[in-house]
Design a protein around this ligand. Structure first.
Ligand SMILES: Cc1cc2nc3c(=O)[nH]c(=O)nc-3n(C[C@H](O)[C@H](O)[C@H](O)COP(=O)(O)O)c2cc1C
Length: 364
């Protein structure tokens, strides 16, 4: 089963299953000399971990990270950094009743047909728990990017059809972690929370939209043909479970705009040519423009729902009803926020290293 590795110069390989012994990541390509501790990584893992509040799964995991290699006396050595999180609250037996019944909205059927393996223990590699490795690696990427003045923030802008009012980056940063749904518009956040509660009582789930903003990205990242920055970002975000759509800048709205509305005009600012708007979302021709990189991800409703759905028993080949019980996120976007930040950080740090803007050998 290939495809567990992401990136070129900053390369991560995630491993482990949702209900196996542990999950983790090996990060290759971190320059020597970066100050790094488990606390740096833990901060983001705590934002991702389950059981945080009523909008996340009640699965109780502390998700404490252990750095096994690649760090000496508080600094990276340039060798692979291996990080591990033990699964403490795994309960594979809870999935026995669906051993032969593929869950609608999940990869179960197609995974079993393709590999001949039915890992019925909560999705195996397709589980949201796989994203622990991405978030741990992303924390290192973010730390490295901060040295170049690049910061990444994600927030929920829509949940269950309720849309947040657009806010300044300062207000987003100030408010986003203060609400359970990670929406910086506090009025909308309250309405979103009510909607999650309602759908959960009905045994259903809702989806939403996560927006990711990267500031301080220098001009000139990305190559114009097959290594476009926006193409790499789209692949990175689409590669997160439950994401069904990705847009950059004006995104799908650009289809209904006139060229005169869409084009970001050039103006002079202190002798430099800049753009007066950012419909392009910080990328034109696959190359970063120096404006904030803005990306949005459409996230589907959590597939595991306790409402009755149709499925087929793969052993008897008879149609059957299935209700998914157990521990699930009633909605995924709030937990996706740190995952989406990490994936964008991984793409940008990779381009920074490949273009020589960050020295790949050492920060000394
Ligand atoms: C952070 C995160 C948490 C998730 N939590 C759940 C969950 O609790 N229950 C569930 O059914 N799906 C959850 N998912 C989504 C499934 O993993 C995903 O929808 C499924 O593997 C099918 O893949 P696809 O939706 O990308 O096609 C989560 C995904 C992420 C990224």
């Amino acid at each position: 089963m290939p495809g567990n590795t992401f990136g070129h110069s900053f390369r991560i390989t995630t491993w482990g299953e949702s209900h196996g012994k542990a999950v983790g990541v090996v990060v290759d390509g971190v320059p020597a000399g970066l100050e790094l501790s488990e606390t740096d990584v833990q901060k983001d893992l705590d934002r991702r971990k389950p059981g945080q509040n009523e909008v996340s799964t009640p699965r109780s995991e502390s998700d404490k990270v252990e750095i096994l290699s690649g760090v000496f006396e508080g600094k990276t050595t340039g060798t692979p950094i291996s990080m591990l999180v033990w699964n403490k609250n795994a309960n594979p037996g809870a999935y026995d009743y669906i051993r032969d019944i593929p869950r609608p909205g999940h990869a179960d059927l197609f995974y079993a047909e393709k590999y001949g393996i039915r890992d019925h223990r909560g999705g195996g590699r397709s589980s949201g728990r796989e994203t622990i490795g991405r978030v741990a690696a992303g924390a290192i990427a973010k730390k490295l990017l901060l040295l170049s003045g690049i910061e990444i923030i994600a927030h929920v802008i829509e949940l269950g059809g309720i849309r947040a009012t657009p806010l300044s980056i300062e207000d987003i940063c100030k408010n986003v972690e203060s609400t359970q749904v990670r929406c910086a518009d506090l009025d909308a956040a309250e309405k979103m929370l009510q909607r999650v509660r309602l759908l959960r009582e009905e045994g259903d789930s809702i989806g939403g939209i996560v927006e990711i903003i990267a500031t301080g990205v220098p001009r000139g990242l990305g190559e114009p043909v097959f290594d476009k920055l926006d193409a790499d970002i789209a692949a990175a975000i689409m590669g997160i479970g439950a994401v069904k759509g990705v847009e950059i800048g004006a995104g799908f709205e650009c289809a209904g705009m006139a060229g005169s509305q869409m084009n970001d005009a050039f103006i002079l600012q202190d002798g430099t040519i800049v753009q007066d708007t950012n419909n392009a979302g910080g990328i034109i021709g696959g190359i970063s423009t120096g404006m904030p990189v803005i990306c949005r991800a459409a996230v589907k409703p959590t597939p595991s729902i306790s409402k009755t759905q149709k499925s087929v028993d793969m052993s008897s080949m008879e149609e059957t009803d299935v209700e998914i019980h157990g521990r699930h996120d009633p909605t995924i976007p709030p937990r996706m926020v740190p995952v989406a930040e990490s994936m964008i950080a991984l793409v940008i740090v990779d381009h920074m290293l490949r273009s020589g803007r960050i020295n790949s050998d050492s920060l000394y």
